[in-house]
Design a protein around this ligand. Structure first.
Ligand SMILES: NC(=O)c1ccc[n+]([C@@H]2O[C@H](COP(=O)([O-])OP(=O)(O)OC[C@H]3O[C@@H](n4cnc5c(N)ncnc54)[C@H](OP(=O)(O)O)[C@@H]3O)[C@@H](O)[C@H]2O)c1
Length: 220
């Protein structure tokens, strides 16, 4: 009789967190950052960031919003690692994510030769970034929880790779509108039969909006 041994590869737990309008937009049609979170939600996000060892966004978010991706009031040594998916090296040297508030890991593809001042670079994958390889690298660095904060293309690529464990979304209190406005999960979308099943685990009113947490339902 043949015996199969299933080896489960450890990887960090992946939490996606974002804020959207009640009509499902994370920014306006100009893709500029909008304040969707209430003060109460901003406090929740600060606590959530503090509990993670790494925070990740895509190059599009850096170009649109220029975030620090750091936790206010936290010393340098305790700050989560900032991780940016920049396959083709588009992120400017002056971006705030490259400042000295926290460590930064820039992730490019193998073809890219770009260097970033003051940041470490990992080159993973041909064309697209190899997300399983990135998670293995983060695991080796002691990251047990990775927070993916956007934008829609990046969140889609994590869902597509089957690597999201928890989906946390704050739904604000005004309509943004616009067919070109980004949503939490953009990319090419999923075809019928490929949709990602979720299980609602909590609902919390925070200021004028509501925070929803879903677990991703895995096969088996
Ligand atoms: N409300 C919120 O919570 C929130 C949070 C964050 C962002 N946002 C908004 O989201 C918008 C930006 O979203 P976005 O979808 O345009 O940008 P994004 O997801 O931040 O970045 C997309 C880029 O990241 C790279 N990328 C992502 N996944 C990759 C993978 N698996 N392999 C290789 N490269 C990968 C690609 O870079 P290349 O193009 O170089 O290939 C891709 O074009 C902005 O409007 C921002 O304000 C809102």
């Amino acid at each position: 009789m043949m015996m199969f041994v299933v080896i489960s590869v450890m990887r960090p737990r992946v939490i996606v967190n974002c804020a959207m309008s009640p009509d499902g937009k994370i920014a306006g049609t100009d893709r500029r950052q909008l304040r969707i979170s209430s003060l109460e939600d901003m406090d929740r996000v600060r606590r959530m960031r503090s509990g993670c060892q790494a925070i990740l966004v895509g190059a599009g978010t850096i170009l649109a919003d220029d975030p620090h991706l750091s936790v206010k009031g936290m010393p340098y040594e305790s700050q989560p690692l900032r991780v940016v998916l920049d396959p083709r090296g588009k992120v400017p040297e002056t971006s705030l994510v490259l400042d000295q508030r926290a460590r930064t890991l820039m992730v490019t593809n193998e073809e890219c030769v770009r260097q970033y001042p003051g940041a470490e670079t990992a080159r993973l994958g041909k064309g697209k970034i190899d997300l399983p390889a990135l998670l293995r690298l983060l695991e080796e660095r002691g990251v047990s929880t990775l927070l993916v904060e956007g934008g829609g293309e990046t969140i889609f690529s994590f869902f597509q790779a089957g690597m999201v464990d928890l989906y946390s979304v704050y739904v604000g209190d005004y309509i943004i509108g616009g067919r070109e406005a980004p949503s939490p999960v953009d990319g090419d979308g999923f075809r019928p039969g490929e949709h990602v099943p979720l299980r609602l685990v909590s609902v919390e009113r925070l200021g004028g909006g509501v925070h929803l947490t879903y677990e991703v339902v895995k096969d088996g």
